[in-house]
Design a protein around this ligand. Structure first.
Ligand SMILES: NC(=O)c1ccc[n+]([C@@H]2O[C@H](COP(=O)([O-])OP(=O)(O)OC[C@H]3O[C@@H](n4cnc5c(N)ncnc54)[C@H](OP(=O)(O)O)[C@@H]3O)[C@@H](O)[C@H]2O)c1
Length: 319
């Protein structure tokens, strides 16, 4: 299979920050929607995009803490959105569309990781529902504003996608729930979503990207016991980070900001990035790159169809 998944030699790398990749880029007049833009990488993304002149809408399931987190950031506004609740996604999209604004950048950064088995909505597994289906619904419902913006949609995935493809016979883990396999499936879904969205949207001037931000200690690890993180070699017994490849939130935000704004990616799309470059497709044992199960166009189309069926939402196909 020929693939667009090849490094382009961006000149940036694992230690580049969001401000580094925005150097010389003026986002004045552009509107960005950053889910999770009030914590971890999302907050670093909100800060960097506003510094470059963008107006950033931060959808938040906890509006109060979100307002506190973005207080003092000029150009950031908060509105309510719970990605695990389709009614909430619809209400957010309706409010946004009613303002008549366009969205030049959408960064799907919100996510949950390795939570205990949790059911949301009609019994959906929470990581697949929040990380993938919520963002699928959000982008499709916001499509009129995104199409007007003729910009980019960025889906924040993870190296965790390497663990598994989509469990087609049991996407909601009716059996054998494993918190890491469920996270991995949801992060594969994030990549496949970008692959198919790019195929559907490019003729209308919108491109889509997916990425792994790197490893960063943030509230994302809230569901992990200290012992688990010590055993993984991430922190010591006192809770200090010991994994040398960990990034700061500003470094972790760099790849999503690069994917959302870099002129180096003009004319490209539907690819998975890491360390501010396009990643290579790598075999099972490799510790970097993207696995082919996440960038397979047929799998991407199949996931789109399943997501449309589950949510009843699809901006691209008349029902
Ligand atoms: N940190 C890493 O090492 C790492 C590595 C690979 C990939 N990633 C990916 O990077 C993204 C950002 O992670 P992070 O480290 O920045 O985590 P974080 O600090 O926990 O931020 C995640 C954000 O998502 C929000 N969120 C969770 N569930 C939501 C829901 N149902 N509706 C709306 N918002 C919701 C959280 O809101 P609340 O605060 O209200 O819960 C929070 O603002 C995630 O997609 C993650 O999978 C992170």
């Amino acid at each position: 299979m020929s693939t667009p998944q090849h490094k382009i030699g961006s000149g940036f790398g694992a230690r580049s920050t969001a401000d580094d990749v925005l150097h010389g880029i003026d986002l004045s007049g552009q509107l960005a929607i950053v889910t999770g833009g009030y914590s971890g990488l999302g907050l670093a993304t909100t800060r960097a995009l506003t510094r470059a002149g963008a107006h950033v809408v931060v959808p938040a399931r906890r509006v109060g803490p979100a307002r506190q987190a973005v207080e003092g950031i000029d150009g950031a506004e908060v509105d309510e959105l719970d990605l695990s609740d389709l009614g909430s996604v619809r209400a957010f999209a309706e409010r946004f569309l009613a303002t008549g604004r366009s969205a030049e950048i959408v960064i799907d950064s919100a996510g949950i990781m390795a939570c205990p088995e949790t059911r949301v909505g009609p019994g959906w597994e929470a990581q697949f529902a929040t990380n993938h289906l919520g963002h699928y619904a959000l982008v499709n419902l916001l499509w009129p504003a995104i199409a007007r913006g003729r910009g980019r949609v960025v889906s924040v995935s993870s190296a965790g996608h390497r663990r598994t493809g989509i469990r087609w016979d049991d996407v909601h883990f009716e059996r054998d729930y494993d918190k890491w396999v469920a996270y991995g499936q949801s992060k594969t879904a994030n990549v496949l979503f970008a692959v198919h969205l790019d195929r559907l949207a490019r003729d209308q001037g919108v491109r889509a990207f997916a990425l792994h931000p790197g490893g960063i200690l943030t509230p994302l690890q809230r569901h992990l016991a200290k012992e688990e993180m010590v055993a993984a070699g991430w922190i010591d017994e006192e809770g200090n980070p010991v994994e040398p490849s960990f990034k700061t939130p500003e470094q972790g935000a760099a790849t999503q900001v690069w994917a959302a704004t870099s002129p180096q990616l003009a004319g490209m799309g539907g690819v998975y990035c890491e360390d501010c470059d396009i990643a290579e497709v790598t075999p099972a044992a490799a510790r970097s790159g993207v696995r082919d199960h996440a960038v397979d166009p047929e799998q991407a189309a199949r996931l789109w169809a399943l997501s449309a069926e589950l949510t009843g939402i699809d901006a691209f196909t008349a029902h």
